[in-house]
Design a protein. Structure first.
Length: 279
């Protein structure tokens, strides 16, 4: 009799080496305001903390596969050298037969050839945030000067494609782009050329009429996607996806639903790894 194989549990922890610091100033981002919680902080993970983090993450896993998820703020602000050190530490402390999958969620504006070569060499999965075509993306995703960022994001995305880096696309659905679901979906599918996308609703809660780091309150801002908007956005895209793109384009929300047993068509299945998703 063959003994059943034991599947050991895995955990998923997000690391924010720059805290909430970012080079952009997206109008719907409440993470930026969390800098107020840490006055005087450099918002950079030290080498000592990095080493302790990698060691503890390895020790906490019974499984041989460990996901290291880099988030922000904007994690590329740490520079490539920081992540080279992280890879060295993973190799130094890993157990025999242990493998790592590194994921990184970025706004894409700082990506260059050096970054892409590093990502490719170390098999990083990159999540890149883009809210649709130029006129929709640039409504909220601006830099510190209030200037649009679409061109820089697309440049970074094209470099990922050029170097063969695996990537996902994340769209934050807000009050503006929610009214143009097919335009967003077809842009990602046909112009960006991505085959894996995720949509998350932008919900910005107001605390006493103001936006605070706490995300508390019973009312929401004017940027927040409406309930019917969100439902119509997903339903409209689903109709096109199920008619044309099942097994070819992977939409995280739909893939998850299909995996639970909906007998639509043969589902392409989600990738074995996905980037941590925060806009």
């Amino acid at each position: 009799m063959t003994k059943p194989r034991t599947i050991h549990p895995r955990i998923h922890v997000l690391a924010k080496p720059t805290g909430s610091v970012c080079n952009l100033n997206c109008s719907y981002c409440f993470y930026l305001k969390k800098e107020l919680f840490y006055p005087g902080s450099s918002f950079r993970m030290s080498d000592e903390v990095l080493e302790n983090y990698i060691c503890q993450l390895i020790e906490s896993h019974l499984a041989d596969k460990v996901t290291v998820a880099w988030q922000g703020g904007e994690p590329t602000l740490m520079g490539v050298g920081f992540y080279r050190r992280a890879i060295e530490l993973q190799e130094k402390y890993r157990r025999p037969a242990m493998t790592f999958e590194n994921t990184l969620q970025t706004n894409g504006t700082l990506i260059d050839d050096e970054w892409c070569e590093f990502f490719r060499e170390n098999n990083f999965l990159i999540g890149i945030s883009i809210d649709g075509p130029r006129e929709l993306h640039d409504v909220h995703r601006v830099d510190k000067r209030g200037a649009p960022t679409f061109e820089k994001v697309m440049k970074g995305l094209r470099l990922l494609q050029k170097h063969g880096v695996e990537y996902n696309v994340l769209v934050t659905v807000n009050r503006v782009n929610a009214d143009r679901p097919l335009e967003v979906y077809r842009f990602l599918r046909d112009e960006v050329g991505t085959s894996w996308m995720q949509f998350i609703p932008m919900i910005e809660r107001l605390n006493g009429g103001a936006i605070t780091p706490y995300q508390q309150g019973s009312t929401v801002s004017h940027r927040t996607v409406g309930q019917e908007q969100w439902g119509n956005f997903l339903s409209t895209i689903f109709d096109e996806w199920v008619a044309q793109d099942v097994g070819r384009i992977f939409v995280q929300t739909f893939e998850a639903a299909v995996r639970m047993g909906a007998p639509v068509k043969k589902c392409g299945g989600c990738r074995s790894k996905s980037a941590a998703l925060v806009a």
